[in-house]
Design a protein. Structure first.
Length: 105
């Protein structure tokens, strides 16, 4: 089994019963893809590109193998499979809403 640089299995945050429970919690709460902002069809199954997955905001590759963020709802967002694959293992930047002017001035 491949291991990460932090001495644990790389797939820990992407498979198993604990991950599936976290995935279901996140998808029950929200079915809008965090990348493209469109509705996720929960009836589509893997490997359909538009099937439902959850994306780690802080990627598993950058977490210690036993980090609680691996399964934390606060580190998971709903995502289409293709959107998740396109983003890869980069840290997700939080979106900010454009403002009409600088309100601090």
């Amino acid at each position: 089994m491949p291991t990460s640089s932090k001495n644990g299995p790389r797939s820990l945050g992407r498979t198993g019963a604990k991950f599936e429970r976290a995935k279901q919690r996140v998808l029950r709460a929200n079915q809008i893809c965090d990348e493209c902002r469109t509705l996720i069809d929960l009836d589509l199954k893997y490997p359909d590109p538009l099937s439902a997955t959850v994306d780690h905001i802080i990627p598993v590759s950058q977490l210690a193998w036993d980090d609680p963020l691996t399964y934390a709802d606060s580190n998971l967002v709903p995502c289409h499979l293709v959107c998740n694959q396109r983003r890869g293992s980069k840290v997700k930047k939080r979106r900010t809403h454009p403002q009409s002017r600088d309100w601090r001035a």
